[in-house]
Design a protein around this ligand. Structure first.
Ligand code: PMP
Length: 375
């Protein structure tokens, strides 16, 4: 009897509604979702307490590291696969082919396993064995190929495209598709239909600005499109760009595209061209911020120390950008950004003394945070 009483109380608590910090009623339990893909999205929006206090604003980070594959790219992975299904390009037992070295591959691997598709991944052979092992463990067939530029027909993306065309010819009954995350606008749609509306609902429309970096541009373009539409243009949106990317100068010069040069420690972001996902959306932006690697790495350490958030460098760059946007807008504004993934896949670099020195970033870590350099 006491067990039954306890269970009843627990069940009531789990299904109860509460009122969040914005006065919005939220259910504590989501209920049953249909396979792993049902667990993608609906991530919490976390208030960063120290940076919010410092700026007098609400600085909120969307916890994309909580997706099943551990990153924001699960959303795009699900949408490019759903798009291929809806267009009849992919049937049960079919194959997804993609060129990716990172989070998109992991997202696709989870989605393809859950939906019963095969997955083939092409990546530059400069990538770590750890990434290859993880993708193979998740059931993907992986081809590391020579790291040559986009303009070269042997680039990993073009090899992926040709592989899909070959499979499609051999086995049209099941279908094979090159999901092409950079120029497939189903990627942007994931953020118009899920990320943007979630941010709007979670802040009950009280969001004033959004900022994030781009790899494919799907997140920035999609969230910006939704927030601009739903607020009649009131919500401001800013690109955050790392060293080596051409987009910051492209936006601040009013459309001049420079040659890409140099790189950044922020894996997964930075771009050398205007992708189809960004096309037509760049003009919607209210500006752009260049964020140095020194600022990004220091923020990785700050977020860990002050918020307990274990973030990858692209997330830290986004947080720096959100802080700078908050400072620009002044107190009492709400600024949202994306926490794209955790530090797990990068820990051997981000917290290594040797690696920091090799990147000339050792001196960017504030004295009181040096205790986190443990590797
Ligand atoms: N952060 C990380 C860690 C990523 O892997 C990516 C995607 N490459 C991004 C940010 C950028 O997202 P998007 O492709 O939507 O521009």
């Amino acid at each position: 009897n006491s067990v039954r009483r306890f269970a009843t109380t627990a069940a009531r608590a789990a299904t109860a509604e509460t009122v969040n910090t914005y006065g919005i009623r939220v259910s504590q339990a989501q209920g049953v979702v249909d396979t792993l893909v049902g667990a993608i999205g609906n991530t919490p929006l976390i208030k960063l307490k120290k940076l919010s206090a410092e700026t007098g604003c609400n600085i909120l980070g969307k916890a994309e590291f909580q997706n099943p594959g551990g990153s924001i790219k699960d959303r795009a992975a699900l949408y490019v696969v759903k798009d291929a299904e809806e267009r009849g390009l992919l049937k049960p037992g079919g194959t997804v082919v993609e060129g990716t070295a990172g989070n998109t591959g992991i997202g696709l691997a989870h989605v393809c396993r859950a939906k019963g598709y095969k997955l083939v991944i092409y990546m530059p052979n400069t990538q770590s064995q750890g990434k290859i092992d993880l993708l193979r463990l998740l059931g993907a067939e992986v081809y590391p190929v020579p790291a040559v530029a986009w303009e070269n027909s042997e680039n990993y993306n073009w090899q992926a495209k040709r592989h899909a065309e070959r499979l499609q010819k051999e086995d049209p009954e099941h279908g094979a598709v090159w999901t092409n995350q950079f120029d497939n606008i189903a990627n942007r749609r994931a953020h118009i239909e899920t990320t943007g509306p979630e941010i709007w609902a979670q802040t009950i429309g009280k969001v004033d600005a959004f900022t994030c970096a781009t790899g494919t541009g799907g997140t920035l373009a999609g969230v910006t499109r939704f927030l601009k539409d739903v607020s009649d243009g009131r919500v401001k949106s800013f690109l955050a760009d790392p060293p080596g990317s051409v987009l910051h100068s492209y936006i601040s010069s009013g459309g001049q595209l420079k040659e890409r040069s140099g790189g950044s420690i922020t894996e997964g972001i930075g771009q050398g061209r205007v992708t189809d996902n960004l096309e037509n959306e760049v003009k919607e932006l209210d500006g752009s911020l260049f964020i140095s690697d020194e600022k990004s790495i220091a923020m990785v350490y700050r977020c860990l120390d002050e918020e307990g958030l274990y973030l990858g460098a692209s997330s830290a760059l986004n947080v720096v950008a959100a802080k700078e946007v908050a400072e620009k807008l002044g107190p009492n504004h709400t600024v949202v950004t994306m926490l794209c993934d955790g530090a797990y896949r990068y820990a051997d670099r981000l917290f290594s003394d040797k690696w920091l020195q090799s990147k000339n970033l050792r001196q960017a870590i504030p004295k009181h945070l040096e205790k986190y350099i443990v590797l």
